[in-house]
Write a protein that binds this ligand. Structure first.
Ligand code: CMC
Length: 401
């Protein structure tokens, strides 16, 4: 009663004040804590930007050393996890495994059950509670690579490997994925750097569907492992993180540049979706798409050009000059990075996982901010406008027609 406003898809609802990520969708601007994404992609690393996103400022040398060593130290998984991964069907989608694995993580830590501890787990200024929060952050960022690599290796029929010592966050991830027992394995430095840049630009994007899901879930004061599992589930969908997999499936189905015009017409008749195009906030090219293109050039020098690239470029050019897309301000988003992942040898259904691993950082930054906000957390409980039946009386089954 009295409720009139309906904002389907939250087009015009702001639920929180945030200091983390700034987007100007009209101008194509993205900044983490005030720093332009282009500067960070050129000069920072994924883990340094993770510190920035979570704690608000670029770390000093000492702060970074501590953060890196804590994250890497927490990257090791309990041996039981092996059985957990082996219990999935041989062809399970890695995102199903990863979503379940984040939830499973909470079962290892008693502090994950907030009702055991009293409701207010985290308090600004209370060192013990902040230390608990930091530990949860280190664990989730550290273990994200281990869980992702396990989901990959179990599908490949490979044994699991312990995270190595002495490699970067992204280098360690590549090692955990690819290491087959070779002595002195080191990942290709160009591919390691490229993946690190892609991780960095995927680390946060303010209140996208998955981040909103994490905050909505955490607003009941559930543990962060469960909240991250919920975010992972939300990201899986093809309108969000599943789009990088959908882009490649779409390009494979188009097959070659001469089939592009027919595909574009099918999109305009609303029979198909042009995955990798369009965005709720950007009404011009996503600034990350330029970084993706530059990174692709570096990667293709090592791996060779992907056979789907010509089709992708023909599709891009056709859409950018078609009235349907111009009128709706539809431009490329970040999801053409699937072409890079494919060139690097990742299987298609692993692409959304490559989105989750870095996005854990953004989810945690927003979760930390919300948990420590002034006045405490308010449970997210929207209202609805009920339009269903009025009161009616139960009819026994034998009287129903
Ligand atoms: N292909 C064809 N038409 C489109 C597309 C597209 N990719 N995106 C939007 N439109 C049309 C849409 O049909 C609508 O037309 P009309 O006004 O005539 O009904 C108009 O453009 C406005 O779009 P919308 O659906 O109202 O926009 P939204 O903000 O609700 O949705 C989106 C945003 C990203 C879900 C959508 O653009 C889309 O489905 N894109 C394809 C999937 C994709 O690439 N997702 C990744 C997004 S970026 C990374 C991430 O967040 O994970």
């Amino acid at each position: 009663k009295g409720l009139r406003v309906q904002d389907k898809g939250f087009l015009n609802t702001a639920v929180i004040r945030s200091e983390i990520t700034y987007i100007d969708g009209e101008a194509g601007v993205l900044r983490y804590r005030g720093y332009p994404i282009e500067q960070l992609a050129s000069h920072s690393s994924h883990l340094e930007s993770a510190y920035l996103l979570i704690y608000g400022s670029l770390p000093t040398r000492e702060q970074f050393k501590h953060f890196e060593s804590e994250v890497m130290r927490h990257g090791v998984m309990h041996a039981d996890t092996e059985g957990f991964f082996r219990s999935f069907r041989y062809d399970a989608h890695p995102m199903s495994m990863l979503t379940s694995a984040f939830s499973m993580l909470g079962s290892y830590y008693s502090e994950a059950n907030p009702s055991l501890q009293g409701q207010r787990l985290y308090t600004n200024g209370d060192q013990a509670s902040l230390a608990t929060m930091d530990r949860q952050i280190y664990r989730l960022i550290g273990k994200a690579t281990a869980l992702a690599a396990m989901a990959y290796r179990v599908r490949q029929g490979r044994d699991f490997v312990t995270p190595p010592v002495g490699l970067s966050y992204t280098g360690s991830f590549l090692y955990q994925m690819d290491h087959l027992g070779e002595e002195n394995y080191t990942p290709n430095p160009v591919l390691e750097k490229a993946l690190d840049v892609l991780f960095l630009i995927h680390a946060d994007h303010e209140l996208n569907a998955s981040c909103t899901t994490v905050l909505q879930t955490a607003s009941s004061l559930v543990d962060p492992y469960s909240a991250i599992a919920a975010g992972c589930a939300s990201l899986y969908g093809p309108l969000h993180g599943g789009a990088n997999e959908a882009v490649i499936r779409m390009l494979v189905s188009i097959g070659s540049p001469e089939n592009v015009p027919a595909f574009i017409e099918a999109v305009k008749r609303r029979e198909k979706t042009l995955s990798g195009f369009g965005h709720r906030v950007y009404k011009t090219s996503d600034p990350r798409s330029f970084i993706v293109r530059k990174t692709a050039d570096e990667v293709f020098k090592v791996t060779g050009r992907d056979a789907l690239l010509e089709t992708a470029m023909a599709l891009h050019d056709a859409a950018m000059k078609d009235e349907y897309f111009i009128k709706r301000k539809l431009a490329p988003n970040v999801d053409f990075c699937g072409l890079i992942y494919r060139a690097m040898g990742f299987p298609m259904d692993f692409f959304p996982v490559l989105f989750v691993v870095p996005r854990v950082v953004g989810w945690l930054a927003h979760w930390r901010q919300m948990m420590l906000q002034e006045g405490g957390v308010k449970i997210w409980r929207p209202r609805q406008v009920y339009v269903g039946a009025g009161k009616r009386d139960y009819v026994p089954v034998e009287q129903r027609v």
